[in-house]
Design a protein. Structure first.
Length: 156
C-alpha cells in the first residue's frame, strides 16, 4: 500500500488504530529539503503513539506561506520522501493554509508541532478539543533549518 493516502484512507487507518486501543499521532508541515532535524522530530512524534500520519502542505499553500520561490520540491516528491521514513505510517497532502480541515477528518489523539511554535498561537489547538485531542510540542533541533540551508546554498 502506498504511504501517500487520501484523507478517507487516513481516516480509516486512524479508526482501525483506535479500535485496537492505539494512539493516533499527526503532524504537518512543508518538509521541503528534508533534513536530520525533520527526521528526529518525526521519530519523536511517532514514539508518542501507535500510528503517525503526516500532513504535507500543497505547493499552493507553501507558496502562500513561504513565498513564490518555494517549495523547492513539488508536493508529491515531498510526500514520497516522507512516506519512505520508517517512522511515518502515512502521508496526506492538504491545500488549505492550515491542517485544520484534515485534522477534522483524521481526529488524532495527539497533534505534534515543533518548538518554534507558540502553543497559544497554534490554529489546530481549538479543533482538537472537539474530540479530546491535544497538542504536543517537540523542541526543534538546533542548527537545522530548511531556510538556513537554502540561504547557505545561495551564499547568504
Amino acid at each position: 500500500m502506498s504511504t501517500i493516502l487520501s484523507w478517507s484512507e487516513a481516516a480509516r487507518l486512524a479508526e482501525d488504530c483506535r479500535k485496537r486501543a492505539g494512539i493516533v499521532v499527526t503532524s504537518n508541515g512543508t518538509f521541503d529539503l528534508l533534513h536530520v532535524g525533520h527526521v528526529s522530530y518525526l521519530a519523536a512524534a511517532r514514539s508518542l503513539g501507535d500510528l503517525l500520519l503526516v500532513g504535507v502542505n500543497s505547493d499552493r499553500s507553501v507558496k502562500a506561506y513561504k513565498g513564490p520561490e518555494r517549495p523547492l520540491n513539488p508536493e508529491n516528491a515531498r510526500a514520497q520522501v516522507l512516506g519512505a521514513l520508517r517512522c511515518v505510517d502515512g502521508v496526506c497532502i492538504f491545500d488549505e493554509d492550515t491542517p485544520v480541515e484534515w485534522l477534522k477528518v483524521v481526529k488524532p489523539d495527539i497533534h505534534v508541532k515543533g518548538g518554534d511554535w507558540d502553543p497559544a498561537k497554534i490554529p489546530e489547538a481549538k479543533v482538537l478539543e472537539a474530540w479530546g485531542g491535544r497538542i504536543h510540542i517537540i523542541p526543534t533541533r538546533e542548527g537545522y533549518s530548511t531556510t538556513r540551508i537554502i540561504e547557505r546554498s545561495r551564499g547568504k
